[in-house]
Design a protein around this ligand. Sequence first.
Ligand code: FES
Length: 172
Amino acid sequence: MTSEPNDITRRALLSRVAVALGAFLSAALGIPVIGAAISPAGRREEAPWITLGPLSGFAIGEPRMVQFGISRPDGYLTTNSPRSVWVYRPDANNLLVYNARCTHLGCLVNYRSESASFLSPCHGGVFAASDGHVVDGPPPRPLDRLDHRMDGEVLQVQYRDFLVGVPNQVAL
Ligand code: FES
């Protein structure tokens, strides 16, 4: 039959197309997975320890805000973003460090000494300075507390961002 050579050629061509398509799909699926594994953005960073200053700089009973910048990988770039915490020493033996972002939608809270509370200026959320619990307004959870440690006489905080607007604390 005269059609046999054409069939073989067609079969060979289809086979090559199938192999090429398989290789293309493997590469298309595999490259993003490998890229995510080796890129800076694909790795979960450990929360950085930030130096806040000598303990003597934080008066008992007077919360003090500390602002600093954190470096975060963003793809192959590194961005520096401002962050804030409130340090509160209720007495000589205890110390609390709060993320200063309101847990409702992330506005920075201010301290009100007359009521010993933190007030969110955006929607009236109020948090107790004593433990960060919600006193009033729409915040769905207490202020986020951060781990801290002393390096000699210097206070450090392990800074984390958290998802806002949700009742459970979710670290980002
Ligand atoms: S952002 Fe704080 S109450 Fe809405």
